[in-house]
Design a protein around this ligand. Sequence first.
Ligand SMILES: Cc1cc2nc3c(=O)[nH]c(=O)nc-3n(C[C@H](O)[C@H](O)[C@H](O)COP(=O)(O)OP(=O)(O)OC[C@H]3O[C@@H](n4cnc5c(N)ncnc54)[C@H](O)[C@@H]3O)c2cc1C
Length: 443
Amino acid sequence: MRRRFPVKIRQEQIPILKTNILIQKGGRNSMRHDFSSSCGMPEDIQTQCCIAGGGPAGIMLGYLLARAGVDVVVLEKHADFFRDFRGDTIHPSTMEVLYELGILDAFLRVPHQALYELYVRLNGEHVKVVDFSHLPVHCQYIALMPQWDFLSFLAEAGQKFPSFHLYKNAEVTGLIHEGAQVRGVRARTPGGEQAIYTPLTVGADGRDSVVRLLAGLEVIESGVPIDVLWLRIPKGKEIKEQTLGYFKEGKTMVLIDRDEYYQCGYIIAKGAYEEIRARGLESFRADVLSLAPFLRGYVDAINSWDDIKLLTVQINHLSRWYTDGLLCIGDAAHAMSPAGGVGINLAIQDAVAAANILSGALKKGNVTTVLLKKVQQRREMPARVIQRIQEFIHDKFINAQYEPGPGGNKLTSAFVWVLRHIPILQRIPARVVGMGLRPEHVR
Ligand SMILES: Cc1cc2nc3c(=O)[nH]c(=O)nc-3n(C[C@H](O)[C@H](O)[C@H](O)COP(=O)(O)OP(=O)(O)OC[C@H]3O[C@@H](n4cnc5c(N)ncnc54)[C@H](O)[C@@H]3O)c2cc1C
């Protein structure tokens, strides 16, 4: 039976991760090492699976493998999760996975906002384009939660499994080979270089994956015509606007409500940053205001280009996600654009599929390339189809707006018109954004 959860649950904050917990010393053949939120690997270690990257794909896979009784080491190069450029959307299908894992209620106690519907402003007009209320899941909405809170929640939940080991400040810099097989990684840590020996290395290190580069996996790039200017715009409590997308006169912007400020993604044509900068901050503020006039007064807080990060958008995919002893998932296998805000969901779904397919073999120590190939076969279609949709959005809805003349917004207008006048069609983007294709279930 479907169950609706409260729109906003603002109870106690999930406790902050413990830091500097000493880990037990273990030799090369030992699997006895405890969870640590900062690095501190005393010496080289051996584990059943080593994951490079503590983003959504890596932490979720670490959690699932540890839950299945696999000894797993997750290495995250940063000292914390406080990266603000990875998006904040937790999708209905991700919350369904959390439900299947029995941790949904705890997750919903972490402060978040629930978006049951998604609205855009097209030439100032407020239009509903997505309605999640028909999805066959427990949470028929997108939860907006800062990603560092989500990752901290998962890492904290992973702590209850003795075989879950997360090391921060541990950057994978090399692969260990035995003949043609990958047999582990080398990581830079505050204590020096460490070796982690393992029969399976997973590259979950994002769109600039070092693992896939070191493994020599072929990356196929799709041209992307846009980049994003990423900045914070403070806001007062009186501003309740929850619209995600703004389109007007060739300009496009996304606003994610983070309570005390909006995380703003201002879309620009690729390579246009210098030109926008040359026009000056006053002109940029005016552009933002023309899309969201309710920010008058607040945009003045943007007073330096140092406050604005240029994020390069990429779409690419690996022709082969694996090699002997190594697998890539998430953005490392298929870098997603922010269009539609679906990359986190795909990363989580990859992790679930990988855990379903590999847990048993990892415990027995007989992971083969046939199994690794199965992971790719299971997840490649959903990722590639969504990437194609993102390419279409870039090309027809966003890039077209930079074309001279009034035609720019025509397709966006037509699309929005159809969704507004035939509301049942709002279920289609809800399905694609909220669930993705081929939703995974925890086994
Ligand atoms: C501007 C922008 C906005 C976005 N907004 C959204 C959104 O709202 N919703 C959405 O669903 N998706 C969004 N996306 C896409 C989304 O960010 C990615 O698809 C998603 O984060 C992929 O998850 P991941 O775990 O595969 O990789 P990542 O989230 O990139 O995580 C990789 C992790 O690996 C770590 N790492 C990297 N190299 C190493 C190394 N050598 N050793 C150890 N650790 C390493 C990194 O520090 C990072 O923590 C956005 C993307 C961009 C560019």
